[in-house]
Design a protein around this ligand. Structure first.
Ligand code: C2E
Ligand code: MG
Ligand code: MG
Ligand code: MG
Length: 280
């Protein structure tokens, strides 16, 4: 028995685990300095109006190119930044940069309804969040409805009691709110009634096999119905094929986003973007 425990103890020092821990430490250290090192930039993915294919707005997506680690996917580093708390500073930068870029595009004559940014639950629940958002809008002279915040169901799961209040304040300033990857979280539908939100986004998870998968098709149709019966806009994400676009259009979804229209683009390329179906 003692011998077995001894052996188990040894396993705690296994080199693979040690390597993982040191990789993680490098990642955390690099991430902490990334803002000061100017290693972040945003790319922008068009969201088109399904009815006429026109470019309505864009979603800002964060990119990190670290000098040691190279380009890193947000799926990989955002969870780390959430754990360390760095997401609060990084997220504030994202909002500021997206607002700055929208103002610059408009000055060039590009008409965009708004820019959407992703907001981590950890950032949203920070007590200074609302002030950060309003501060950025003021700094660039933007109306609230020039900005959309994409939150996830995780925000509601971690609700400390202030979430509805914060959303209502932002909403009263005109800021649009959407639920990203709707249906992939863990919350009940009941909260939809209580929240001042504008849109639901159907993520890749449910879009991927539409219309071939009957189950996914039913889920997508249900999300569209729920949204519309609550007066919300529906955005289909991860639209890669025309069959997905047609499915969304047939079932009354409002906006679509995905490689079929465009990959996330650097700001300069976005300004030159013309939707494939647009005739004007
Ligand atoms: P998301 O907000 O759901 O963003 C959509 C993701 O799908 C993006 O991945 C986008 O590049 C990708 N995508 C777009 N069209 C297609 C398509 O047709 N097919 C497929 N397969 N994928 C498509 P990305 O940029 O790697 O971002 C991943 C996730 O990281 C985002 O998912 C979001 O949750 C998070 N994220 C990105 N930027 C930020 C940020 O500034 N702040 C926070 N908190 N999270 C962010
Ligand atoms: Mg998003
Ligand atoms: Mg999404
Ligand atoms: Mg996501």
């Amino acid at each position: 028995e003692a011998k077995r425990r001894g052996r188990d103890t040894w396993q705690a020092f296994n080199p693979a685990l040690a390597q993982q821990l040191s990789d993680r430490l490098v990642l955390e250290t690099q991430l902490r300095r990334a803002l000061e090192q100017d290693e972040f930039h945003l790319v922008y993915q068009p969201q088109v109006d399904l009815a006429d294919g026109s470019l309505l707005q864009v979603e800002a997506l964060l990119r990190w190119n670290n000098r040691l680690l190279g380009p890193m996917r947000p799926d990989l580093f955002i969870p780390v930044a959430e754990t360390t708390g760095d997401i609060v500073r990084i997220g504030a930068w994202v909002i500021d940069e997206a607002c700055r870029q929208l103002t610059a595009w408009r000055a060039q004559g590009l008409s965009l309804r708004r820019v959407a940014v992703n907001v981590s639950y950890r950032q949203f629940l920070n007590e200074d969040f609302e002030q950060h958002v309003l501060g950025a809008l003021r700094r660039y002279g933007l109306d609230g409805d020039s900005l959309e915040l994409e939150i996830t169901e995780r925000v509601l799961l971690e609700d400390d009691g202030d979430v509805v209040d914060t959303l209502q304040h932002l909403k009263s300033q005109g800021v649009a709110i959407s639920i990203d990857d709707f249906g992939e979280g863990y919350s009940s539908l009941g909260y939809l009634k209580r929240l001042p939100i504008d849109a639901l986004k159907i993520g890749h998870h449910f879009m991927r096999e539409v219309p071939a998968s009957a189950t996914d098709a039913v889920i997508c149709r249900s999300i569209i119905q729920i949204a519309h019966s609550l007066g919300l806009t529906v955005v289909g994400e991860g639209v890669e094929h025309d069959a997905q676009r047609r499915f969304l259009l047939e079932h009354g979804a409002d906006l679509a986003q995905g490689y079929l229209f465009a990959r996330p683009l650097p700001a300069s390329e976005l300004a030159a973007y013309r939707p494939p179906g647009e005739t004007a």
